[in-house]
Design a protein around this ligand. Structure first.
Ligand SMILES: [Zn+2]
Length: 676
């Protein structure tokens, strides 16, 4: 889902679509682009922190099917009716059936396999003793008659923009119990669902799947009969009732023999359809793009759908998404959930990344493909949002896993989650492998649930690379790296030193590839290095006078830059280290010979010392690099004295050019040596 909070600022910008099979119209999008900051909180003020039900009895059965047969209208948040749940006993013999239902709803009758049963409704659980325990594998049909005041999962609200009263459900993350008896375990999808809503004639009820029938009753009521035969998570079961009109379109993705039906419900108000028609039509190229990138639309035998609702954002109810408006970013994000969230669902709320990180990335891919001129801006916006949480992780810590505002943190679950996926793409350096990973993941966990580590496994299998460090840093770890760069050039050699700190004490190092762009008069060149320690130095061969260096110029990684400084270069007259012989056979000697600081020279050192001798001790580092920038020798010498000599034995070096980097105090000197 995606909650829109900021006031809506509309700047009409048109951009031309990349050629698409069906749509030649221009896509209206908002903004330059204007991104609406959002966070994900539930529409109502929470009465109390909703707790995840950990009753082990809920694990004893597997929901196969729900049939909801309920009455609702657009002016009341009361519901009445009955729900039939078909379940299969698993794990243990089942002697007590537990179903979740909020306490404000009153249970009237319970039938189990057609027989009246005693029950109790304690807190938010209906407890039904079964008498004779049912064996593992047995099927059990429970029908619960209930009604009354719903909880926050179902509300009646007037959409002020159109003066339209709407009753709608919104069950994510754990509110289905607020309006129908259900089992709120993510890892138990119902295999199919029927949702029959009886309402007043003149109103329409919209829901998941296909409208298979409309039955009119003589009392002025009409029953809308929706059926879906795809597996569905409890929180994606939904309906809305309002005075809707219907606007239908089709997408024709390449390779599919049948078009995908896209059914949209707008308010029956003058101008409503006209306001949204062009934006709704953009669903077509986005659908065609996602089918191409991820896999054929998972629910293609039924439909994709949208309906307007008064809630301030979108919610990806399977095959029927609730929408506050039809902004490009909202349409793309919510449609992305069809693959990431609905077809493959997070296995725990701690792994909400699977839903929101990936849907946000899907939205970014829509921008990248359909409005590429906006991609840099969108990425920058999302990265900046992620960096507003310098101590935050994408994985939801266990102690916060029942807090909806933390689960749906826009900065972390959405935008930092999006950044992780972009960085995985950067690590891979191969879009073919990247998109194959996404497709492999979707197909392996189709109609199922997955954790972040499940994605990691598919990623590693597909790429052949190890992402353990990446996930420890970026998924479970907190914050982001901050780079401080110093560099210098001698002739054609650029020495770049990167000191990495991090925004959070929880994660002290991000082992990452980093790109640097070296600018010189008339051009630039980009190099990619791996930073594996907090301090690293690299040597690049650049046959141009470099005048500036940019860190991560294409904004691939979530990072801060503490500074990029060119260190003052030592001119030849002030060289302080000598090295000999050069060329050598790999063994050479160096000594400190020149000025160490203003006013101190070789001559002055030869004279009697007026100050304490200890002031002359220097701590120096000596590093030797080959021409590819690999360090082949590194040592720190403490208390090194002027005119002291030191020999380095590197007789096993292969012949060629090497660079010796002397670091002392705040300066650096580099010598080129030749090994024969
Ligand atoms: Zn979402």
């Amino acid at each position: 889902m995606m909650r829109i909070i900021a006031p809506f600022v509309f700047l009409s910008v048109l951009f031309q679509l990349v050629p698409s099979s069906k749509v030649t119209a221009q896509i209206p999008v908002s903004g330059n682009p204007v991104y609406k900051p959002f966070s994900e909180v539930h529409g109502k003020v929470l009465k109390s922190l909703p707790m995840l039900n950990s009753n082990p009895l809920l694990k004893d059965y597997d929901v196969k099917f729900y049939k909801l047969d309920v009455q609702a209208d657009n002016e009341s948040d009361h519901i009445h009716g009955n729900v039939t749940m078909l379940a299969r006993v698993q794990h243990n013999p089942l002697s007590t059936l537990v179903v979740e239902l909020t306490s404000s709803l009153v249970v009237k009758r319970v039938l189990v396999d057609g027989n009246e049963k005693q029950f109790s409704h304690e807190g938010e659980e209906i407890i039904i003793p079964l008498g004779n325990p049912l064996d593992t594998g047995a099927m059990v049909m429970t029908q619960i008659f209930y009604g009354g005041q719903t909880g926050e999962g179902m509300v009646t609200e007037t959409d002020e923009d159109w003066d339209m009263p709407v009753t709608y459900t919104k069950s994510e993350p754990f509110y289905s119990k607020d309006w129908f008896p259900s089992k709120m375990n993510l890892d138990d999808k119902a295999d199919s669902v029927h949702i029959f809503i009886t309402t007043d004639y003149g109103l329409k009820a919209v829901s998941n799947g296909i409208l298979t029938g409309t039955t009119y009753f003589p009392n002025g009521k009409v029953r809308h009969e929706w059926k879906s035969s795809y597996p569905i998570a409890f929180y994606l079961i939904s309906f809305a009732v309002a005075d809707y009109i219907e606007y239908n379109i089709e997408a024709r993705p390449a390779g599919l023999s049948h078009p995908i039906f896209i059914q949209n419900f707008l308010y029956d108000r003058p101008g409503c359809l006209d306001t949204y028609r062009d934006q709704i039509n953009v669903t077509i190229p986005i659908m065609e793009l996602y089918c191409d990138l991820f896999d054929a639309y998972p629910f293609r035998k039924e439909k994709y759908g949208h309906y307007l609702w008064p809630w301030g954002g979108g919610m990806e109810h399977q095959t029927m998404t609730g929408m506050a408006n039809f902004e490009f970013y909202l349409v793309a994000h919510e449609l992305g959930h069809s693959w990431f969230g609905n077809y493959v669902t997070c296995a725990t709320w701690q792994d909400i990344w699977i839903n929101e990180g990936f849907a946000t990335y899907a939205g970014y891919l829509a921008t990248e493909n359909l409005g590429p001129e906006y991609a840099d801006g969108e990425r920058a916006y999302r990265f900046e949002s992620a960096m507003r949480e310098p101590d935050g992780s994408v994985y939801i810590p266990a102690e916060e896993a029942d807090d909806p505002s933390r689960i749906f943190s826009g900065n972390l679950s959405y935008n930092k989650g999006m950044a992780l996926i972009h960085m995985i793409r950067f690590e891979l350096q191969d879009d073919e492998v990247f998109f194959r990973t996404l497709r492999n993941f979707v197909s392996r966990y189709a109609n199922d649930v997955a954790t972040g580590l499940d994605f990691k496994e598919v990623l590693e299998e597909t790429s052949g690379m190890d992402f353990t460090g990446f996930f420890n840093q970026w998924y479970f770890g907190a914050g982001y790296p901050i780079y401080e760069i110093t560099w210098e050039q001698q002739d054609q050699t650029v020495i770049l030193q990167s000191v990495q700190t991090t925004s959070s004490a929880l994660t002290t190092l991000f082992r990452m590839p980093v790109e640097y762009r070296l600018f010189y008069p008339g051009g630039d060149t980009t190099v990619r290095v791996y930073q594996l320690a907090n301090e690293e130095s690299y040597i690049f061969n650049v046959p141009h006078p470099v005048d500036s260096i940019q860190v991560d110029p294409d904004n691939w990684i979530l990072n801060g830059v503490a500074g990029v400084q060119e260190t003052p270069q030592k001119k030849s007259r002030s060289e302080v280290f000598s090295i000999y012989p050069n060329p050598s056979n790999g063994s050479f000697t160096f000594k400190l010979v020149g000025e160490l600081e203003e006013g101190r020279s070789e001559r002055s050192l030869a004279e009697p010392l007026e100050e304490p001798y200890g002031n002359l001790f220097r701590d120096i580092t000596v590093e030797v690099y080959n021409v590819t920038g690999q360090s082949v020798y590194s040592r720190r010498y403490e208390g090194f004295l002027p005119y002291q000599t030191y020999s380095i034995e590197m007789g096993d070096l292969t012949g060629g050019i090497y660079f010796v980097r002397f670091g002392y105090e705040n300066s650096v000197e580099i010598k080129k040596i030749i090994v024969e």
